[in-house]
Design a protein around this ligand. Structure first.
Ligand code: AMP
Ligand code: GLY
Length: 421
């Protein structure tokens, strides 16, 4: 079995390490992969957004299966393109990936099918948006319609901030065409839970729940990032909440996409907030989260490739998806200054015994050495019987990895620990 994986971050590294547990996998190509992924897969410098380049690579190398992991190629139709040349894929086609690609689409879908979410209005011109803000409840949340590298959401604490956010999106085009349409929505409060799921359009199988830590600084301060660490399972996701989510959110979403002629096959990610009124959808993603995948996949006790192929072939209900007991913690080490500006090119030293637990995000290989090349450099995941132990073990491993300008949050998992106590 030869597998092609599109993407080149920590999430893709976690997917690749898990796929390799299947003995029938003899080869994995990563496009583009990175210097750390190169230890586990053959990397080729084809960008994840270069759909023509990916198709050309697949025609030449004839993979038996492909996993398209990042949002951009999914929204751009990478799965459609690979499927057209006969490569079976894990991931939604472009018609279904719109659930992440357009916030206006996803909000309208939830409204039409009564899926609980924040109340909202959509705007396609700045005049109406500014008029609405004159009387909107504050705080309010402004979202660019399209993909914006996870930065297209502004929580405005004042009316002035809300106006500035709308202007930056619709007047200054901070996110390009992604901000031509915007959503302004109600500010919700409550703990956040990420639930990734496998779905083939007939069955939804939720994965173990997780908690991301999006802000750059300890105590959830500072700028939003791609994610500074994760833990799983998330203690706020009780059995009772899980049952409600299945009935009120997961199944209705799957059915809604079917009814719209946009059957979703792949990993559907539910970003949830557990409010006083029950669980509500904050966002959908059409893919594994990063760094959620780095805690969820190490807890998977079943074979990932078997599950993925069952999703592609619409027979997910026939396979077993089992989870390990225990908890996982992933702490991300970034380059100091991320997410604003940072230096790169520093050598990374990872002790041999830690390598199996490292997921590399932003590092390249130069003259046989691994050097930093991105904001988020790597993550380290420990799986242990309790969350306490998982946190301690992942920090212990991270401390043994060295590179100049290493920065990480010291409090990954602390909020979850408090909730458990
Ligand atoms: P997103 O980029 O959609 O993941 O949003 C980034 C973060 O903004 C989320 O993880 C939430 O913490 C926050 N957020 C998004 N929408 C809302 C909302 N309606 N109310 C409160 N917080 C929100
Ligand atoms: N960690 C959040 C995401 O992948 O969107």
């Amino acid at each position: 079995m030869k597998v092609l994986v599109v993407g080149g971050g920590g999430r893709e590294h976690a997917i690749i390490k898990k796929l390799k547990e299947n003995k029938s996998v003899e080869k994995i190509w990563a496009l583009p992969g990175n210097g750390g992924i190169a230890l586990d897969a053959e990397c080729h410098p084809v960008k994840a957004t270069d759909i023509d380049g990916i198709v050309a690579f697949a025609k030449e190398n004839k993979p038996d299966y492909a996993v398209v992991a990042p949002d951009d190629p999914l929204v751009m139709g990478c799965v459609d393109a690979l499927t057209n040349i006969g490569v079976p894929c894990f991931g939604p086609d472009a018609k279904a990936a719109i659930i992440e690609g357009s916030k206006v689409f996803s909000k309208d879908l939830m409204k039409k099918y009564d899926i609980p979410t924040a109340r909202y209005q959509t705007f396609d011109n700045i005049k109406d948006a500014l008029y609405y803000l004159e009387s909107a409840p504050i705080p309010t949340v402004i979202k660019a319609d399209g993909l914006a590298l996870g930065k297209g959401v502004v929580i405005a604490e004042t009316r002035e901030d809300a106006v500035a956010a709308v202007k930056s999106m619709m007047e200054d085009h901070k996110f390009g065409a992604s901000g031509d349409n915007i959503v302004i929505e109600e500010f919700l409060e409550g703990p956040e839970v990420s639930v990734l799921s496998f779905t083939d359009g007939k069955t939804v199988v939720p994965m173990v729940s997780s908690m991301d830590h999006k802000r750059a600084g300890d105590g959830d301060t500072g700028l939003n990032t791609g994610g500074m660490g994760t833990i799983a399972p998330n203690p706020y996701y009780t059995d009772e909440v899980a049952a409600r989510c299945m009935e009120e959110i997961f199944l209705p979403t799957m059915r809604a996409m079917n009814a719209e002629g946009r059957t979703f096959k792949g990993c559907l990610y539910f970003g949830l907030m557990i409010t006083a009124d029950g669980p509500k959808v904050i966002e959908y993603n059409c893919r594994f989260g990063d760094p959620e995948a780095q805690v969820v996949l190490p807890l998977l006790d079943s074979d990932l490739l078997t599950i993925m192929q069952a999703v592609t072939e619409e027979r997910l209900s026939e396979v077993e998806v089992k989870w390990k007991d225990g908890s996982a913690c992933c702490v991300i080490a970034a380059s100091d200054g991320y997410p604003v500006s940072y230096e790169k090119g520093y050598e990374i030293e990872i002790p041999e015994e830690v390598i199996p637990y490292v997921y590399v995000a932003g590092a390249s290989e130069e003259e046989g050495k691994l050097v930093t090349s991105g904001g988020r450099v790597l993550g380290v995941t420990a799986v242990r019987p309790t969350l306490d132990e998982a946190i301690e073990a992942s920090y212990d491993m991270l401390d043994r990895i060295e590179f100049a300008n290493k920065y990480y949050r010291a409090d990954i998992g602390q909020r979850a620990l408090k909730a458990l106590k």
